[in-house]
Write a protein that binds this ligand. Structure first.
Ligand code: DWN
Length: 410
């Protein structure tokens, strides 16, 4: 199956700013006996000064990425479990829900990490989730799920069956939805007049600042800024009313949008947009500088791991993230440099990492077969992983991260 050009918000003004070469699917973990004919596609990013959108030039068909065997489970991180419990509390306390007929919708509800807090309180809710395996987990927690992609047709279906929503939420999902125009129309259709859209995604400002290019892979068709989010929703009459910078996933932004007459705009909106202009997130040249730093980062990682290997060090990685697929494939780090990747996701264990085919093993193997050095593939979960593995550093083990620079975490 070939790639498809991504949705262009303002005509055809997308300039190619970063080429990460041929890449496999970020979550395309493979059975060891089925590595033939692995799918690769050109991972290239463009920037459009008019819409201020940073996006992939082309993308694989979403059905190749989000299917019943989708590998990622949101609840694998305890920190993220607390994060979504807090978000549910915030929504409940903010008074967004109609006391007579409340209704909360989540796009990409994964294993129910967020909606279960509404389900537990008996609050009408619905997750829209195309990946059947993770939807099964959500349903087992009492979460109601519509197993489908979110688009105009499903928005109409949900509205017809359940009514309009007070709150539409999406966490690490909006940046995965390729047809962004239709997505904005569908949200507008499903939202009550006074309703709010609350979504969070990895933040372009952090990616550029930290050269965390691993946030770029097949699933992340867009990396948003406050400026680009304001542009996307303007045509459907939704205004950015609040933005909140978050530490999750190495730097995320939470965007809240509503209809202008119904909500006031927080100071954080103009302040953040002004900061983005200072950072140059509205200029193509900024991304040329970013591309150079990305190339340097990839070279540095390869050289460091190669040098350690030449000294005879045992090297492993922690966290078989989708993100690290981009890092390994772009910096040409494969099983000759990394012995194994440990991970706590049952469906990833026993498989090979996409493209470079490093074996994925359970976390217990990290204890039993401890390496000298561990590359932190899940660098965004650094505090959680390091605090649970203090023994590793105490026994002389050293962590390596590539964000914001390739270095030992001493
Ligand atoms: O946007 C996306 C994010 C939210 O999740 C998706 N496109 C896909 C996925 O991306 P990712 O795989 O890069 O996400 P994480 O959260 O960085 O993945 C962490 C990985 O590390 C998981 O496979 C679980 C694993 N892990 C572990 O083995 N031990 C995580 C923790 C915290 C641990 O203690």
């Amino acid at each position: 199956m070939s790639t498809q050009p991504t949705c262009r918000l303002s005509g055809n003004n997308l300039s190619l700013v970063l080429d990460l070469g041929m890449q496999p699917l970020g979550n395309g973990f493979l059975d060891p006996d089925s590595t033939d004919n692995e799918y690769f596609f050109p991972l290239q990013c463009g920037f459009d000064e008019e819409s201020r959108l940073f996006q992939l030039m082309e993308q694989p068909d979403p059905r190749m990425m989000f299917h019943d065997d989708y590998a990622f489970l949101s609840s694998t991180s305890q920190h993220m479990q607390r994060h979504f419990a807090d978000l549910a509390e915030t929504v409940l306390r903010a008074g967004y829900l109609d006391s007579q007929a409340p209704f909360v919708v989540e796009l990409g509800s994964n294993d129910g990490i967020y909606l279960r807090h509404f389900a537990e309180r008996g609050i009408p809710h619905l997750g829209v989730e195309p990946a059947g395996g993770v939807a099964d987990v959500a349903e087992s927690q009492g979460v109601a799920v519509l197993r489908d992609f979110f688009n105009l047709a499903t928005a109409q279906q949900v509205r017809d069956q359940h009514g309009a929503a007070d709150v539409i939420s999406a966490a690490n999902v909006m940046c995965h939805i390729p047809n962004i125009r239709e997505m904005a129309d569908a949200i507008s259709l499903l939202l009550k007049p006074g309703g709010v859209l609350i979504f969070e995604d990895p933040y372009l400002g952090d990616v550029v600042q930290k050269a965390s290019y691993d946030q770029i892979y097949d699933e992340h068709v867009f990396l948003f800024s406050a400026m680009s989010v304001a542009e996307i929703f303007k045509p459907v009459g939704l205004e950015l009313i609040n933005v909140e910078h978050l530490p999750t996933h190495g730097g995320s932004m939470r965007y809240t949008l509503g209809r202008p007459a119904k909500h006031s705009v927080a100071d954080s909106v103009p302040t953040t947009i002004a900061r983005e202009e200072e950072q140059g997130l509205n200029r193509t040249e900024t991304y040329s500088g970013f591309a150079l730093r990305v190339q340097q980062s990839a070279r540095d990682l390869h050289e460091l791991l190669h040098a350690l290997r030449s000294e005879g060090r045992a090297i492993a990685a922690y966290g078989a993230t989708s993100k690290s697929t981009t890092v390994y494939n772009y910096s040409e780090v494969s099983s000759d440099l990394i012995d194994y990747i440990c991970d706590n996701t049952p469906t990833k264990i026993g498989k090979l990492s996409p493209g470079v085919h490093i074996p994925i093993v359970p976390e217990a193997d990290f204890v039993e077969n401890a390496p000298d050095v561990a590359f932190l593939g899940a660098w965004n979960h650094e505090p959680e992983i390091r605090s649970r593995n203090q023994w590793f550093e105490e026994s002389g083990g050293r962590w390596i991260s590539h964000v914001p620079k390739v270095r030992f975490l001493d």
